[in-house]
Design a protein around this ligand. Structure first.
Ligand code: C2E
Ligand code: CA
Ligand code: CA
Length: 494
């Protein structure tokens, strides 16, 4: 009241929130504006007050406040709110010499549900997951949703690590039980948990979060439905992952990537009909790197998309040059699941096609079956569009994945590449049965079929007998630098 008078005297105006009482006794917030009314002599003769009921305004303010701190889908604290909790917990633990721990949980296969059954089903699933997780917690534990299918759990005042392990196992077991969506649709997901403890693993709330996340990543790598405690090696691994990803970006800009080509042949004529492009990295410090040193990491991070973007440009340029030399050879290159998660690859390929005007059938994309199936809707839609544009699609490493008939007739592909593993077992008789069935399968679905990893004459002959017309492998040629390939296979036949 005093402050209000003070302001009124000084400025002639005051505005602020006050609480008023309705006739029924309920209290409501009001916005009160008071102006001083003076006469010609400048003397105060009156005060003019305007009240407005701001209940609605207040409610939306609270809603906004809530939105900023809580996840609207599950009602759980969100990342922002959780970070506050965590900071408090860490300083409490510091003061009281107590421990606290963070469990980072990520659902396995959530993306499959979301992609195949739609976002509504995905949302329902997340709500059910939340309920199940909450049912396993003590009142003092705090569960939050970090976004997507990631949850974190803050556990204060535990005594031993075993307690955390028991808790994590319970959560994993809950996630392993089937969920029943609307219409009794059964879905099976699963969950992986990473654990980091204060003060052993990290001294700040930020580090604790990063380390629990890194441990979760480790648990995922073990194949899902498992848990991992944070250890120092995880940190080293995580930072080397980031380094490789960042370095790849630079490598592309600095022109350190190079393509090696491995010919693909028609087994009857022995003629080279095309080639697979395989990536090599001339690293300024580490030297000449094969994909084993960096492709996995690139595929786990978004770096692979840069690589694929680079491949598109290179491949079109190569085909253009070959066409100009009068050679009708195709070039295949490898793409990854992440490349089919959105439209970027499709856009790039169609733009490049308009730009370069090459024969699209001379570009082939190789992709492993799992990359299509695990993200079926989006991946198959994109591959279908690419095929409509005239590009070819091959399934790589065929036979090692699902290879289920149920899928095969739904996959938008032109060619199967029989995995090297089966080629290598041909002479032992073991592989022959598998190769024979893949060849039969392919001819049923009108697909071309190629055997990878051919290393001997005997393998070649067996493949011919089994009806496999295309071959690739060290027996014909190792992957060689582009210039060498062009010298060998481009010029003489021109
Ligand atoms: P992949 O697509 O299955 O490629 C075939 C791999 O088998 C190549 O290894 C090739 O050198 C090797 N190979 C070919 N013939 C034979 C043979 O007769 N015997 C044996 N033992 N091996 C043979 P590389 O070049 O080290 O590539 C390894 C993997 O890295 C590739 O497997 C592919 O999955 C990935 N990769 C390579 N280049 C790229 C790329 O540009 N993008 C993406 N996303 N992945 C790539
Ligand atoms: Ca391949
Ligand atoms: Ca392969």
């Amino acid at each position: 009241m005093e402050a209000m008078l003070d302001t009124l005297i000084k400025t002639g105006f005051w505005r602020g929130e006050i609480l008023n009482r309705r006739k029924d006794g309920s209290v409501f917030p009001e916005l009160l504006s008071v102006s001083v009314v003076k006469n010609d002599q400048g003397e105060v003769i009156n005060y003019l007050g305007v009240f407005s009921d701001i209940t609605n305004l207040k409610q939306s303010e609270e809603k906004l406040e809530h939105l900023a701190h809580y996840d609207s889908l599950t009602g759980l604290p969100n990342r922002v709110q959780f970070q506050l909790h965590l900071q408090h917990a860490v300083s409490r633990s510091e003061r009281s010499n107590q421990k606290c721990a963070l469990l980072y949980l990520d659902l396995d296969r959530f993306k499959v549900v979301n992609d195949s059954l739609g976002h509504v089903a995905g949302d329902d699933l997340l709500k059910m997951v939340t309920e199940r997780l909450l049912s396993r917690l003590r009142a003092s534990d705090i569960l939050a949703r970090m976004g997507g299918d990631e949850f974190v759990l803050l556990v204060e005042e535990y005594k031993q690590r075993e307690e955390l392990e028991v808790l994590a196992r319970k959560l994993i077991a809950e996630m392993n039980q089937p969920f029943y969506l609307a219409g009794e649709q059964e879905v099976n997901v699963g969950g992986s948990v990473g654990i980091a403890c204060f003060p052993e693993d990290a001294l700040s709330s930020e580090d604790l979060l990063v380390r629990a996340d890194a441990a979760m990543y480790k648990a995922k790598q073990a194949g899902g439905a498992s848990l991992a405690f944070f250890t120092q090696d995880i940190l080293v691994e995580a930072s080397s992952r980031l380094t490789i990803a960042a370095e790849l970006k630079r490598a592309i800009a600095d022109n350190e990537l190079e393509l090696y080509l491995q010919p693909q042949l028609d087994s009857a004529s022995g003629e080279v009909v095309g080639a697979e492009a395989l990536l090599r990295w001339n690293h300024p410090v580490k030297g000449f790197l094969t994909p084993a040193a960096f492709i996995d990491v690139a595929e786990q991070t978004r770096a692979i998309r840069l690589v694929t973007g680079w491949l598109v440009k290179e491949s079109f340029g190569i085909i253009k040059r070959w066409e100009q030399a009068g050679r009708d050879l195709f070039l295949s290159f490898n793409i990854s699941a992440l490349d089919l998660a959105d439209n970027e690859l499709l856009l790039r390929m169609s733009e490049e096609l308009q730009h370069q005007q090459i024969k699209p059938a001379n570009i082939e994309l190789e992709i492993v079956e799992s990359a299509i199936i695990e993200n079926f809707q989006s991946a198959s839609a994109i591959l279908s569009r690419l095929r409509e544009l005239g590009f070819q699609v091959a399934i790589d490493d065929f036979g090692t994945g699902y290879s289920s008939l149920a899928y095969l007739d739904k996959l938008p592909v032109d060619k199967l590449k029989i995995d090297r593993e089966f080629t290598s077992k041909l002479e032992l008789g073991e592989g022959a049965g598998i190769v024979k069935s893949i060849v039969d399968l392919a001819s049923n679905f009108d697909l071309r079929v190629l055997a990878e990893g051919v290393e001997t004459l005997e393998q070649e002959q067996l493949l011919k007998q089994l009806g496999c017309h295309r071959v690739q492998g060290f027996y014909y040629s190792k992957p060689i630098p582009l210039a060498e390939f062009e010298q060998k296979y481009l010029l003489p036949q021109a």
